[in-house]
Design a protein around this ligand. Structure first.
Ligand SMILES: [Zn+2]
Length: 409
C-alpha cells in the first residue's frame, strides 16, 4: 500500500517511481498483479491522484494536495486487468473542503491516453463516486475532474499556427523547475498599437479557461475582419501558462503555500513567471489586461461566467468591463454558460493579484479577471465550444468602446 501511495503520488517523483517500479518488477510483484483488477497511475503530465484503497472493483481515491490546501483537482489512469465494472470513490468531504470532487457533467474521460477528452455525463455518478465498465483486459482509461489542457495542447496549437505571420513566440522566463514559459505576441508593437496582456493558469488546475484563451488567440491571429481591426489598434501579448510547473506536474495551484501565483503581485514576487510579467510590463506599460480563470467546481454561484476585479481601478473599469461583457453575451451561442456577469467590487487598495496590480497602475484602461465555469449543468464546456467562446470574446473586444481616464481629463 505504501508503495502504491508513493507511485500514485506525484509526477515530480518520477525517478523514485521508476526505481520502485523496477524493484517490484524485479521481484516479480508488478503493481497490478495482486488480487485487484485495476491499477491506478498518474505518472504523466498533469497526473494527480492519491490511491487510498483498492480491492479491484472499488477504488478509493482523492485529490493529491501535496502539502497545499484542500482542492478538487485529480487526473489519473486506470488500467484494467480484466473486463468489468470498477467504482471509484472520493471522500465525501476532504477535511476543510466543502466542494465536491466531481462536477455537474461528471468526470472527464479519455480513451486515447489523454489525446482527446469528453465529459462523461452523470449517468455513472452517484454522490462522490462514479463507475466505469471496462470492456477488455489491459484497457487503459484516463479520468479527470476536468478536461486537461497541458503543454502538449499548447504545443499542438502553436505548431498548427507556426506559419502564421501575425504570431511570434518567445520565452518569457524559465520556471522554477527549468521549463520554458512561453510568451506569445500577436500583431505589431509600436506607437500605432496599444499593448494588451492576456494570461492563463495563474492557478494550474483551471484548465477550461485555457480553451477559451486559445480561442481568443486563434481569432486574434486570424484573417477575419474583427482580427484585422483588432491588430490595427492593439498588439496582444499572452502568457498561456503562468504556473507552468503546476500545469505539467498536475498541482492544484490554487492556494499554493506560502501563496499562489495570483497572490504574488506584491512588492517581492517569489515566482519567476510573475516577476517576468512585471518586467514585461515595465517595457510595455499595459493599459489592458485580462486574466483567464475558472472558479470552484460545484458552488452554485460559480456555474456562470463572470468578471471580477476592482470596480474603479482603473477609473472606468466598471464601464469598460460592462460594455465588453455585453458584447460577449450578445455573441455567445445559446448553450454557452450564462453570463458573463460583472462582479467587480469596490476596492480601496490593491491586493497582490494580477487584476489589481494592473488596475491600480497609472495609465490603465481595463484590468479584469474572467472566470469560466468548469462544467455547469446543461451548458457546453467542451474544448470546441470553449474555443468558440474565446473567439466571441475577441470579436466583443473590437466592438467595445473603452473609455480611458486620459480621454475625460
Ligand atoms: Zn483562478
Amino acid at each position: 500500500m505504501a508503495s502504491r501511495l508513493l507511485m500514485a503520488s506525484r509526477f515530480r517523483n518520477s525517478k523514485v517511481v521508476l526505481l520502485i517500479t523496477c524493484l517490484l518488477l524485479a521481484t516479480g510483484r508488478a503493481e497490478a498483479a495482486d488480487d485487484g483488477s485495476v491499477a491506478i497511475r498518474a505518472e504523466f503530465p498533469g497526473g494527480n491522484v492519491v490511491e487510498m484503497q483498492n480491492d479491484g472493483s472499488t477504488v478509493h481515491v482523492a485529490p493529491d494536495l501535496r502539502g497545499d490546501s484542500p482542492w478538487f483537482y485529480w487526473n489519473f489512469e486506470a488500467v484494467a486487468e480484466k473486463p468489468g465494472r470498477v467504482t471509484f470513490v472520493f471522500p465525501e468531504k476532504v477535511v476543510g473542503f466543502k466542494d465536491g470532487a466531481i462536477g455537474f457533467q461528471g468526470p472527464a474521460i479519455s480513451l486515447d491516453l489523454g489525446v482527446t477528452w469528453q465529459w462523461m455525463g452523470t449517468g455513472n455518478v452517484s454522490g462522490s463516486s462514479f463507475y466505469y465498465d471496462f470492456e477488455k483486459a489491459k484497457q487503459r482509461v484516463r479520468f479527470a475532474v476536468t478536461i486537461p489542457y497541458l503543454q502538449a495542447d499548447l504545443d499542438f496549437f502553436l505548431a498548427k499556427n507556426a506559419a502564421n505571420v501575425h504570431l511570434r513566440k518567445s520565452v518569457l522566463t524559465k520556471s522554477r523547475h527549468g521549463r520554458d514559459v512561453e510568451l506569445l505576441q500577436i500583431g505589431n508593437s509600436g506607437s500605432a498599437t496599444k499593448p494588451v496582456l492576456v494570461t492563463g493558469r495563474h492557478h494550474a488546475a483551471e484548465t477550461i479557461a485555457s480553451y477559451v484563451l486559445e480561442g481568443f488567440l486563434q481569432e486574434a491571429m486570424s484573417d477575419s475582419s474583427a482580427a484585422s481591426e483588432f491588430r490595427k489598434e492593439y498588439v496582444l501579448f499572452a502568457v498561456p501558462f503562468v504556473d507552468k510547473d503546476g500545469v505539467e506536474e498536475g498541482d492544484q495551484g490554487k492556494n499554493r503555500k506560502p501563496h499562489d501565483h495570483n497572490r504574488d503581485y506584491g512588492e517581492i514576487s517569489i515566482y519567476p513567471e510573475v516577476q517576468a510579467i512585471k518586467d514585461l510590463d515595465k517595457a510595455q506599460n499595459f493599459p489592458f489586461t485580462l486574466d483567464f480563470h475558472c472558479p470552484t467546481l460545484v458552488m452554485p454561484d460559480h456555474q456562470v461566467m463572470y468578471f471580477v476585479g476592482a470596480k474603479a481601478h482603473p477609473r472606468y473599469n466598471f464601464d469598460n468591463v460592462t460594455d465588453f461583457a455585453g458584447w460577449i453575451r450578445k455573441g455567445l451561442p445559446k448553450n454557452a454558460p450564462h453570463g458573463p456577469l460583472v462582479w467587480l467590487r469596490d476596492q480601496a487598495s490593491p491586493s497582490p493579484m494580477n487584476s489589481h496590480y494592473f488596475g491600480f497602475r497609472k495609465g490603465a484602461v481595463m484590468a479584469a479577471t474572467i472566470e469560466i465555469p468548469f462544467a455547469p449543468t446543461g451548458k457546453a464546456t467542451d474544448p470546441a465550444s470553449c474555443r468558440k467562446y474565446g473567439q466571441v470574446m475577441l470579436e466583443a473586444w473590437v466592438n467595445t468602446h473603452f473609455i480611458s481616464a486620459a480621454e475625460t481629463e
